[in-house]
Design a protein around this ligand. Structure first.
Ligand code: 13P
Ligand code: SF4
Length: 317
């Protein structure tokens, strides 16, 4: 199925007939982003999911995001066009592994990135996203140990920014972001010395970016460690003619729309998330025609998980 205008018209017609709202993550294929009612990062989309008054949410993203939408709006039907769209980062810690880790640090508070399963969120004190991880950890009593999971690069960023030494970091990673490495970033930064660098904190190259700035290879003000939502805000404000972007390549579509005069280039143009790209034009049609795949979260798990997500939302963005 090609994402033609006829395809888009059919998607819109079916969504209307179902009274469904279409949400798409920033890493979706451009055609899926363009047909959706709302495009955003995982936190913004969860908030929208909780607020819209349609009967149904169709979540074009990965499974943990659709689960979070279901946790926040249990009364709505939540569909994902392909339930096999998982996440290698969410898979890097299981609920049993977290139980064992908590047993080693019984007095610690658990901070989990939203890229986790509902069961892991249910064992969590406060959730965070890449846009608010530093604020969430900074809000915790400085004498209290923190278990931060599952992303080691985001954890290292939070540790640097908060200056805490009582933060224990799980060694998980997203294979897409971890693969954007320091050598590639250095080569690109050398080839484009006037460009700004927008780096997602999940990237393997985040430390190299700070090294380049710290050693004076790149002016400090040109290096920005940002969530996907933060990148869009920075794109509208940058004075640079070119920006090198270290995150999943789907992000370039929204950046180019937000600042058409700026030349956005991927630091690694192979950084495409295979799970995000399982939401194809054909999968969208199947979802809208057959009402599949529906997302269910066990009621007890959802209630516990909701508390950790709501605590995050209360701390702010
Ligand atoms: P957000 O910027 O939406 O939090 O997402 C990062 C990510 O990798 C989601 O898969
Ligand atoms: Fe998960 Fe990484 Fe894909 Fe995001 S880009 S959904 S963290 S595998």
């Amino acid at each position: 199925v090609e994402p033609t205008q006829e395809w888009a018209d059919e998607v819109r017609r079916l969504a209307k007939a179902r009274n469904a709202t279409l949400l798409a993550h920033n890493y979706q294929l451009p055609a899926i982003q363009d047909v959706a009612d709302h495009v955003g990062d995982s936190l913004a989309l969860s908030r929208i999911a909780a607020e819209v008054d349609s009967d149904e949410i169709i979540f074009c993203g990965v499974h943990f995001m659709a689960e979070t939408a279901k946790i926040l709006s249990p009364e709505k039907r939540v569909l994902i066009p392909d339930e096999r769209a998982g996440c290698s980062l969410a898979d890097s810690i299981t609920a049993d592994e977290l139980r064992a880790w908590k047993a080693e640090f019984p007095d610690a508070l658990v901070v989990s990135y939203v890229n986790t399963t509902a069961e892991v969120k249910g064992l969590t004190d406060i959730c965070c996203t890449s846009s608010n991880a530093v604020d969430v950890v900074a809000s915790i009593d400085p004498d209290r140990d923190v278990l931060f999971l599952p992303d080691q690069f985001l954890g290292a960023h939070v540790k640097r920014e908060t200056g805490r030494d009582n933060i224990h970091i799980w060694a998980g990673e997203c294979h897409v972001h971890a693969g954007i490495n320091g050598d590639e970033l250095t080569a690109q930064a050398n080839a484009h010395p006037d460009a700004d660098l927008f780096i997602h904190p999940e990237c393997g190259c985040a430390t190299s970016a700070l090294y380049l700035a710290g050693e004076g290879f790149v002016p400090e003000e040109k290096v920005k460690i940002l969530s996907t939502g933060g990148m869009l805000d920075a794109a509208r404000e940058t004075g640079a003619a070119q920006v090198l972007v270290a995150t999943e390549v789907g992000m370039l579509h929204q950046l180019r729309k937000a600042a058409p005069g700026v030349d956005f280039q991927a630091v690694n143009d192979r950084a495409s998330c295979p799970y995000m790209k399982m939401i194809t034009p054909a999968a969208m049609l199947r979802c809208l025609r057959e009402g599949r795949d529906e997302v269910f979260v066990d009621a007890d798990v959802a209630e516990k998980a909701r508390k950790s997500v709501e605590r995050m939302i209360a701390i702010g963005n």
